[in-house]
Ligand binder design. Structure first.
Ligand code: FAD
Ligand code: NAG
Ligand code: NAG
Length: 387
């Protein structure tokens, strides 16, 4: 057993949220350690995202604190460039995450008023478990920590191949195969389009109403939200969506929710889907839209409408879940049973006893930057108010 490491702040996770928080703390000269289970920072962007991904939101909504994107970069930044930016960010702010550290538990010791964090060291030099002791604990493990696979009866007996969208890189291995994509969020729709491009016979399950927009419509909406109330922006955005896609139910078999896209997001947390080409293929009949699945037998999938079809592979693009409760003890004041914030935005990032959550606002990278700055300021002001 190694000696206990004392530090002011421990940050769990070296994704954009952990990096942004560490940068803001380094900027303010507050000592901190970032613990990361993988051997790289931004592992979601490096290892768990598909090749053709670009940032869905305009670059002015996606930079981390204190480092804007170069002005000559495109509005929608490709994944590779964003990864370079994050590596650059990490070195520019002298962030040196402790890699291959999976945090197994963190609990608050009221006697010493400190958090005890236990991490397993899986590096080659590793010696089992390490203990850290910190005044402040920042949870930066993200909303996308683990892929969700729905409970479809018979999935375990499926004779084809299946995976979560976070394991999908591109459609090369699916050329000529019958592939089913489950889920019509950004990942599902873009992966369906990618599969079609690689020559897979592609189908997509769309279970519930969804707003489908384009990157440019969302960009316009986000710009307008600075000047106009949400319900007006919603009307404008839906108008553009109707001009672009016409009657989605008739043309594509997809219902639009009654509520506008930005208020729907506020109310349900579900973001509008950004189309990058799949809608045209659906309209041309090249990608098939199917209802919810009810069960699987060998390689046959049965659907809600009673129809069946055979598939070689299924890609589940059914979203993600937080894994905070795998390791955090206490903190029920900050996180609900799903490991997401209890408080509603903007009161979602601070708990008791020096506990914080960064990147759980459901507002992407812009929300992450805002949380990171709030948390760093809060930690700094807790020192200045004391002395
Ligand atoms: C496919 C995809 C596309 C997206 N596109 C956009 C976009 O265009 N714009 C936008 O604003 N947002 C986008 N998002 C949202 C995205 O979640 C954020 O952009 C961002 O990556 C979240 O950062 P994070 O640091 O909170 O979480 P993550 O990037 O998931 O980082 C969390 C880190 O914590 C580590 N970790 C987890 N558990 C432990 C543990 N117990 N011990 C140690 N380490 C641990 C993980 O390994 C990971 O590195 C996208 C998300 C996905 C999945
Ligand atoms: C990386 O940082 C340097 C300065 O340190 C800057 O000149 C360069 O443009 C940055 N590159 C990226 C990809 O952000
Ligand atoms: C493509 O898949 C659909 C849905 O499974 C199926 O009905 C159709 O026959 C397939 N088309 C080809 C050309 O194999």
């Amino acid at each position: 057993m190694e000696p206990i490491k004392e530090v002011t702040v421990v940050i769990v996770g070296a994704g954009p949220a952990g990096l942004a928080t560490s940068a803001c703390l380094n900027y303010a000269r507050v000592s901190n350690i970032v613990l990361e289970r993988e051997n790289v920072c931004a592992s979601l962007w490096k290892n768990r995202a598909y090749d053709r991904l670009k940032l869905h939101l305009g670059k002015e909504f996606c930079n981390l604190p204190h480092m804007p994107f170069p002005s000559d970069w495109p509005r929608f930044i490709p994944r590779k460039d964003f990864v370079n930016y994050l590596d650059n960010y990490t070195s520019s702010f002298n962030i040196e995450p402790y890699y291959m550290r999976t945090v197994l538990s963190a609990s608050y010791d009221p006697t010493y008023e400190k958090w005890h964090i236990v991490a397993r060291n899986d590096s080659s030099k590793g010696q089992g478990c390490e203990t850290y002791c910190a005044k402040f604990l920042v949870v930066a493990t993200g909303e996308n920590s683990e892929g969700v696979i729905p409970n479809v009866p018979g999935l375990n007996g499926f004779s084809g191949e299946w995976m979560h969208s976070n394991a999908y890189t591109n459609g090369q291995m699916f050329a000529g195969k019958d592939v089913l994509v489950v889920g019509c969020g950004n990942s599902g729709m873009e992966i369906a389009y990618d599969l079609w491009n690689y020559g897979a016979n592609t189908s997509i399950v769309i279970r519930s109403p969804v707003h489908v927009l384009t990157k440019d419509i969302v960009y316009l909406g986000m710009k307008l939200l600075k000047y106009l109330p949400t319900f007006i922006v919603d009307e404008i955005v839906v108008l553009f969506s109707k001009l672009k896609f016409r009657n989605m139910a008739k043309n594509y078999g997809i219902e639009r929710p009654k509520q506008g896209p930005f208020s729907f997001k506020e109310a349900t947390g579900r973001t509008p889907t950004i189309d990058v080409g799949a809608m045209d293929k659906i309209k041309e009949g090249k990608i098939t839209v199917l209802p919810a699945m009810t069960k699987i037998e060998d390689d046959i999938v049965k659907f809600e409408d009673g129809k069946t079809a055979r598939f070689d592979a299924i890609i589940f693009a059914c979203g993600y879940r937080s894994t905070v409760w795998n390791w955090l003890k206490g903190g029920e004041d900050l996180f609900n049973p799903k490991g997401m914030p209890r408080g509603r935005f903007p009161n979602h990032w601070k708990g008791k006893n020096g506990l914080y959550g960064v990147g759980f606002a459901g507002r992407g990278l812009a929300g992450i930057s805002r949380d990171a700055m709030n948390i760093a300021n809060d930690i700094v002001s807790s020192f200045t108010s004391k002395y």
